[in-house]
Design a protein around this ligand. Structure first.
Ligand code: AR6
Length: 167
């Protein structure tokens, strides 16, 4: 079973084999963590992403990490659900993002993977509910990944994720 950690910081600085991007279906970049990852990885990321689009909510695909610093070799792009009140299948889609990203990580042979708090920014998912789903899902998946790092960008997200991890 993978070790699950919560850290606070910028995911583009994480020294792991693969980082997960909270993308949109076009895979051409955007704001939030997607913008930060595209900025750090350089323009080839947009080209590589566009060639794999569309990526549907709940699914994940991988590109090289291009200009991101080693040891990061892969960016796993997943598309979270837009929050529409909770009755539109959002929870299942969000869990699927974590599950599919780890399946893709397995297919790449990645042993360490960092996740942002998918959907909790521009897509509006309530961060407390999202933290619970993130922790429950990565804990329940059978994977060859040895280290799963949940990266909180701010203090409230860090507190929610550590609380979810402690349950
Ligand atoms: N490192 C780690 N976490 C970050 C970083 C960073 N550098 N920057 C932001 N976050 P969001 P979403 C956190 O909005 O809600 C884009 O335009 C942020 O604080 O990045 O899934 C895409 O193209 C929040 O907790 O992603 C899509 O259109 C979390 O990352 C859309 O936004 C997710 O916030 C996706 O929206």
């Amino acid at each position: 079973m993978a070790r699950v950690e919560v850290v606070r910081g910028d995911i583009t600085r994480e020294a792991v084999d693969a980082i997960v991007n909270a993308a949109n279906s076009s895979l051409r970049g955007g704001g939030g963590v997607d913008g930060a990852i595209h900025w750090a990885a350089g323009p080839r990321l947009k080209e590589a992403g566009a060639a794999l689009a569309p990526c549907h909510p709940g699914d994940a695909v991988a590109t090289p990490a291009f200009d991101l610093d080693p040891p990061v070799r892969h960016v796993i792009h997943t598309v979270g659900p837009v929050w529409r009140g909770g009755a539109a299948g959002e929870a299942a889609l969000l869990a699927s993002c974590y599950r599919r990203s780890l399946e893709v990580a397995d297919s790449l042979g990645a042993r360490s993977v960092a996740f942002p708090a998918i959907s909790t920014g521009i897509f509006g998912y309530p961060p407390d509910q999202a933290a619970r789903i993130a922790v429950d899902t990565v804990r329940s998946v059978s994977t060859q990944v040895e280290l799963i790092r949940l990266v909180a960008y701010d203090r409230p997200a860090y507190d929610l994720l550590t609380a979810a991890l402690d349950v």
